[in-house]
Design a protein. Sequence first.
Length: 382
Amino acid sequence: MFLKSLHLRQFRNYRDQVVNFVAPKTILVGDNAQGKSNLLEAVELLATLQSHRTSRDRDLVQDGSAESRITATLEHAMGTVDLAMTLRSSGRRSVAVNGQTLRRQLDFLGTLSAVEFSSLDLELVRGGPGYRRAWIDTLLVQLEPVYAHILQQYGLVLRQRNALLKQRHSKSVPAIGAPHRQTNAPDPMQLAAWDAQLAALGTRVIRRRARAINRIASLAEFWHREISNSSETLVVQYLPNVPLEQDDPAQIQQAFLSKIQQRAIAEQMQGTTLVGPHRDEIGFTINQTPARQYGSQGQQRTLVLALKLAELKLIEAVIGEPPLLLLDDVLAELDPKRQRKLLETIQDRFQTLITTTHLDSFDAQWLRSSHVLQVQEGRVEG
Ligand code: ATP
Ligand code: MG
């Protein structure tokens, strides 16, 4: 697929800017705080309906404006598509495809696909499990848009169940001098109803994560061997909170409910849900050592690069078209060898948008095959 143009209005620091993309690779160069990442963020929103920098639309709408509009023209195998998204500083967003406003935002997903790689992605290796869950979830949303709905429902049930546990939990702490009358066990009927929903939705999340991690693992392991010249062996593993023996929904749901039983006392004590995919982990080990403890920043970068290349290939295999690659400030930090490996892999098939503050650390091959745009104070010029 190829993003032909992007039009940003009242989006972040862009008042009204059209950007036309004319080459497979576009380098956006500019000083700090000029709007380079903002531009990639707009593309990310079109691909995933999410920004990894904020969950509040009012942060995205230009200060002093009520709404912001992102429109784009995308060429893909089925022809040309116009995408539009309106964000409001208060109120719901709306999305449209070819001028038709969609009733369900989910239907917007799956048209534009993108893999983003920014310096924040090093947190995939160094950070807590939440980063790794967010990573696989963002990928899944693009592979199977219905996953966005499942995840949202799971989150809702989780919050309700937590509220019930918390309410009882806090009531169980007696006021000073008051007799302790309340028991801290939540209403068993009510809790059982939430348990059932949590296990049913959680099972759908777990199965999809297991499938996606399985597929991405072998790709990432391959790319890691390629980049490290076979000197290191990466293993990517799904470590679900609910034990997963086979891909059988009834069995997973059963395991889910029995773990809830086992953890019932702990949940009441802590006033929060301790069982479920919101506690999943994804393990990365290199030569049998957890990657987090392993090696240098360079090695961690190699791992993240392998994960990103795997994402590109997996999306391409599932969607049937190469997704966009968004490289936010990372390319210049890769050594020439890794830059070349990346270049070899993406060739001209994956449209790539690259941000940087300076062009001097770019491999000459990159510069030759790229169109350079200057970004300054929310304006883009060729
Ligand atoms: P760096 O090289 O430091 O990463 P950048 O060019 O990627 O810089 P961006 O993150 O794209 O910078 O843009 C940051 C600028 O956008 C800041 O000046 C910030 O004040 C401005 N900005 C962010 N949100 C809004 C908003 N809602 N309204 C107006 N301006 C905003
Ligand atoms: Mg930036």
